[in-house]
Design a protein around this ligand. Structure first.
Ligand SMILES: Cc1cc2nc3c(=O)[nH]c(=O)nc-3n(C[C@H](O)[C@H](O)[C@H](O)COP(=O)(O)OP(=O)(O)OC[C@H]3O[C@@H](n4cnc5c(N)ncnc54)[C@H](O)[C@@H]3O)c2cc1C
Length: 325
């Protein structure tokens, strides 16, 4: 690990003043479950680390007029155990449940989960987000078991956040502060597929801090379903988060978002169209799952993910509608 300066401000204003104009100037430290390993591997080498854990205004989960406010420093465990979230946003509760282990859920924060860097082994080995070396596309020509099955750009890693797809399905808004003001971004626009390795995979600048997320409570039935290779200490192979506005027993409108299959949470309009106007049954949910993966473009080693993603959509729809199949 390279030497760095450490600061532990007590207010957001102080923290923002300690950030710089380039990613190398400073890095925000929340729970540290991702940042510390990136620094140990020298994938990130900030000159200054700004610990935000003592900033009270970034904490808490509360009900507001605009929806449920989740502070950036709310831990994954706080999200998992929040009755407020479980009552109306179970898609987030289920996403939190999947984050393993208990230690990670205790230390890892909601904001940190959304900003965590991709798990792509070429990125983690220092080859950048696009993972090219001596003219070779390392992902396309290498071990791409856990990479993207959607997307046409050069980035082939998968977005690592399990909360991301749920927030996109639920219409969450992400609030971001810099020394010059605040801004709000739709969760759907926060995640970005970078066109080059010097871009970031989220809409965040080096001098900004994600402060909180607002999730509207609309009454939409929602759920997340994950498929994992193993129970502990890993990320899912594929997930689906859905939010359904019902008219009686029929789906009036749907948001269906796949996770861990593309560089961003992957919104499937085709799956939504397949289920809208219908009741959720094993058959209609399966058809929506098939529609969701119809345009998947798996790499040489990950076509197994296509069926898994289709199954995740089916299971998430059944769970949201409360249908046993
Ligand atoms: C074994 C293991 C299994 C895991 N499984 C899953 C899983 O299944 N699903 C899943 O979604 N995640 C999973 N994770 C990831 C885990 O959820 C994240 O590591 C954690 O949430 C990151 O939060 P943190 O507070 O520790 O972030 P940190 O490590 O402190 O920061 C992570 C990154 O985000 C930036 N950052 C943090 N907070 C902010 C902020 N408020 N504003 C701006 N930038 C910020 C940091 O600068 C850094 O780049 C797993 C992690 C491990 C180690």
């Amino acid at each position: 690990m390279q030497p760095f300066e450490y600061a532990s401000p007590k207010t957001l204003k102080e923290a923002l003043a300690l950030l710089g104009s380039s990613w190398n100037d400073a890095a925000v430290l929340a729970g540290g479950t991702d940042l510390i390993s990136l620094m140990k591997d020298e994938v990130m080498t900030p000159k200054r680390v700004v610990n935000i854990k003592d900033i009270a205004e970034l904490k808490g989960i509360t009900k507001t007029a605009a929806g449920i406010r989740i502070g950036a420093l709310a831990t994954v465990d706080e999200v998992l155990s929040s009755p407020l979230i479980r009552a109306s946003l179970p898609a987030l509760t289920e996403a939190a449940r999947g984050v393993a282990s208990p230690q990670i859920r205790n230390m890892g924060t909601f904001g940190g989960d959304l900003c965590q860097r991709p798990r792509c082994w070429y990125f983690r080995a220092g080859f950048g987000l696009i993972a090219r070396h001596q003219g070779k596309d390392l992902v396309a020509e290498g071990d791409n078991r856990f990479h993207a099955i959607f997307g046409s750009g050069p980035a082939k890693f998968v977005s690592a956040s399990s909360f991301g797809p749920a927030l996109v399905a639920l219409g969450g808004k992400i609030r971001i502060a810099s020394a010059t003001g605040t801004r709000e971004v739709d969760a759907a626009k926060f995640f970005v597929a970078p066109a080059s390795s010097d871009m970031r995979e989220v809409d965040l600048k080096p001098n900004e801090i994600l402060t909180e997320v607002i999730v509207p409570v609309t009454g939409a039935k929602n759920a997340t379903y994950e498929v994992r290779q193993k129970e502990a200490l890993d990320w899912p192979l594929a997930t689906a988060s859905v939010a359904l506005t019902m008219k009686g027993t029929t789906v009036a409108s749907a948001r269906i978002v796949l996770g861990h299959v593309a560089p961003t949470p992957w919104v499937s309009e085709a799956a939504a169209r397949a289920i809208e106007g219908k009741a959720v049954t094993a058959e209609t949910a399966e058809a929506a799952g098939k529609a969701a993966v119809a345009d998947a473009r798996p790499l040489s080693m990950n076509s197994y993910k296509v069926q898994i993603a289709a199954a995740a959509v089916k299971r998430a729809l059944l769970a949201a509608a409360g249908v046993k199949a």
